[in-house]
Design a protein around this ligand. Structure first.
Ligand SMILES: NC(=O)c1ccc[n+]([C@@H]2O[C@H](COP(=O)([O-])OP(=O)(O)OC[C@H]3O[C@@H](n4cnc5c(N)ncnc54)[C@H](OP(=O)(O)O)[C@@H]3O)[C@@H](O)[C@H]2O)c1
Length: 254
């Protein structure tokens, strides 16, 4: 047995938040491993640019404009992915982010609700819609991008941390509900990865040094650091892995 167990040849994947950052890196890596892709986000131009790169690499890529905070848009996205690809083998729920940093007492209810909708409700809607399709087909792999922020307290980021923690628990419940049907569900928790999401931190030498200095691997993670685990979880190499929480965090939580 060799590296072919990591191949995604003949598989299809729907990646949300594929217009930039971690999602774009995962989508491109999946294509390089042989998968055809559906690419979801709001920024249509960026999705089309990535679809062009994937097509140049010889794979099919379907850009799908989608707002993951709108359940109707999520359902339409899954329908478009199935129509464009024929079926979905792999779902990566990666779209997400944090809109503000405020202690709990100062957090407005609307702000709390927005972060929960973006980081948790969206994952539920995608899992429900694409999961039904996978269970009916009798195979699939769902990878929910959580965060180390969901595994430990997150001062001034409580709504984000609570949503990401709930994603881990939702993933475990899905693993229990779907295991018999051949559908796996795992959570992938990145640590500090240098993207637009946290430019304010890595662009600030003092804030950056404080964060990175506190972890064993003393550098920011790059999007390329996350793709290996995402490929593994999507592939047959992880055929016996479900309900797991995989950390890619430079040892931050050790
Ligand atoms: N970077 C880190 O250090 C880190 C650490 C732990 C976890 N994470 C998680 O990793 C995931 C990706 O983060 P990132 O760092 O790559 O962030 P990013 O560079 O800001 O990318 C976020 C992606 O999510 C999409 N998105 C945001 N809101 C959306 C909406 N309403 N509808 C559809 N798509 C939406 C964005 O696309 P559009 O704007 O085009 O819609 C974009 O493609 C997130 O879930 C984040 O919480 C990141």
């Amino acid at each position: 047995m060799g590296v072919e167990i990591f191949s995604l040849e003949g598989k299809t994947a729907l990646v949300t938040g594929a217009s930039r950052g971690i999602g774009a890196a995962i989508a491109l890596a999946y294509a390089e491993c042989g998968a055809d892709l559906a690419l979801a986000a709001r920024s249509t131009g960026d999705l089309e640019a990535l679809a062009g790169k994937i097509a140049a690499a010889g794979r099919n890529a379907v850009p799908v404009t989608c707002d993951v905070t709108d359940p109707a848009s999520v359902r339409a996205c899954v329908d478009s992915a199935v129509a464009g690809l024929g079926w979905i083998d792999v779902l990566v729920n990666n779209a997400g982010g944090n809109r503000f940093m405020t202690p709990v007492v100062g957090t407005r209810d609307e702000g709390w609700a927005k972060n929960i909708r973006l980081n948790l409700d969206s994952v539920f809607w995608f899992c429900k819609s694409a999961g039904a399709h996978m269970v009916e087909r009798g195979s699939g792999s769902v990878i929910n991008i959580s965060s180390v922020g969901g595994l430990r307290g997150s001062p001034a980021l409580a709504s984000y941390g609570a949503a990401k923690a709930a994603v881990v628990n939702l993933t475990r419940s899905l693993a229990l509900e779907w295991g018999h049907a051949g559908v796996r569900a795992n959570a992938l928790c990145p640590g500090w990865v240098r993207t637009e999401l946290n430019r304010n931190l890595w662009d600030n030498p003092e804030a950056s040094a404080a964060l990175i200095g506190a972890q064993p691997i003393k550098r920011w993670g790059e999007t390329s650091d996350v793709v290996g685990a995402a490929i593994w979880l999507a592939s047959d190499a992880a055929a016996y892995v479900t309900g797991a929480t995989i950390l890619v965090d430079g040892g931050q939580t050790a």
